[in-house]
Design a protein around this ligand. Structure first.
Ligand code: UT7
Length: 334
């Protein structure tokens, strides 16, 4: 018994932040940002707009795309690095605001790999027969955790949300099927991407942490160095396990961290750059929202045909990495 994608919804905050706007505020330039990252614009949430606000709209749209009502959903799995509060999880609030029943709702914390970890969790809930239909959401408001003194992270990250509906199915060749997932981590490198304060290791209390400790920090170069091999090796091992020939992959939907990483990933997989889905130019790095936003972008552009083989892969803080293989379903993202 396995699951298939039957709906996809997304939401981007209205505020578009251009490279030029950032160049007015930081010692950077449109030229540096475009050539080093491939990003031209990103969206940032309005003041007061929290992660759950984005997640609820993406969730509503995913239900609409799937043609379901709130009563049809049995569980919500929400991947985020930017929960509304350190405690409790954000997923129950999202479930409640979506008008879902008093169903299982929990967060997944795997930073940029979060959406694929959440997908694996939703798939597992269905395989275990705990649920028939699961809403899987990736939602982020990184603009709320960026260090105003750090030009590098400010130019990279954007806000957004994407959600899919997974449903039980019985036929392995059904379009939208999740054919396999591969998950991994290496906690010995946890320091490369983190928010130092606010947890049990370094409390948020005044005097215990500097202001800087509360912001997101990333050692970009060290992360860059292993992003391609971690995603590529995970993807290759998944392809081998499910018996997909590399050449049969129609689209690589990689985590949108940097356009140079996405092209290098295609090279590592020995596939043409044209098979890499790229929307980072318009949304930046949206962490856990990145994969569903890229899927929706490619679908809206008419690139994804029912039955197409899609290889999704992500890498991020933890360190964590994840890959998943699906065939594209006959759905219209909302
Ligand atoms: O999403 C989770 C996973 N995240 C990633 O995979 C991110 C991976 N990392 C990256 O994408 C890249 O490492 C960055 C985009 C973060 C940085 O690009 P880079 O080509 O690795 O630049 P760098 O860190 O080697 O810095 C090159 C130069 C430095 O100046 P010097 O030392 O050569 O004089 C930096 O100080 O660029 C400078 N720099 C900037 N200059 C203008 C760093 N950030 C900026 C900036 N504007 N925003």
């Amino acid at each position: 018994m396995a699951s298939a994608v039957i709906g996809l919804g997304t939401y981007l905050p209205l505020r578009r932040v251009t490279n030029e706007e950032l160049a007015d505020r930081f010692d950077t330039s449109d030229e540096w940002i475009s050539t080093r990252t491939g990003i031209h614009t990103r969206r940032w949430a309005d003041t007061g707009q929290a992660t759950s606000d984005l997640a609820v709209t993406a969730g509503e749209r995913a239900l609409k795309s799937a043609g379901l009502t709130p009563d049809d959903i049995d569980a919500v799995v929400l991947a985020t690095t930017t929960p509304d509060h350190p405690c409790p999880a954000t997923a129950p609030a999202v479930a409640s605001r979506l008008g879902l029943r008093t169903i299982a709702a929990y967060d997944i914390s795997a930073v940029c790999s979060g959406f694929l970890y959440a997908l694996a969790a939703g798939h597992g809930q269905i395989a275990a027969k705990n649920a028939q239909r699961v809403l899987v959401i990736g939602a982020e408001t990184y603009s709320t955790i960026l260090n105003p003194a750090d030009r590098t992270t400010n130019v990279i990250f954007g806000d957004g949300a994407g959600a899919i509906v997974l449903a039980e199915h019985t036929r392995k060749d059904q379009e939208g099927s999740i054919l396999g997932v591969d998950l991994g981590s290496d906690g010995s490198q946890q320091d490369l991407i983190r928010i130092p304060a606010g947890g049990s290791r370094q409390r948020a209390t005044p005097g215990d942490a500097t202001e800087e400790d509360h912001y997101f920090a990333m050692q970009g170069k060290a992360v860059f160095r292993q992003a391609v091999t971690r995603m590529g090796d995970s993807a290759n091992s998944l392809l081998q396990r499910i018996g997909w020939d590399k050449d049969s992959v129609n689209h690589i939907v990689g985590h949108q961290a940097n356009v140079r990483i996405l092209k290098a990933l295609a090279d590592y997989l020995e596939l043409p750059h044209e098979r890499a889905v790229i929307n980072i130019d318009r949304v930046g790095n949206t962490s856990a929202a990145s994969i569903p936003l890229a899927l929706a972008d490619a679908a809206h552009a008419g690139r994804l045909k029912p039955g197409d083989r899609i290889l999704m892969t992500a890498f991020g803080g933890g360190l964590t990495w994840a890959s998943a293989a699906i065939t594209w379903p006959s759905i219209t993202p909302v």
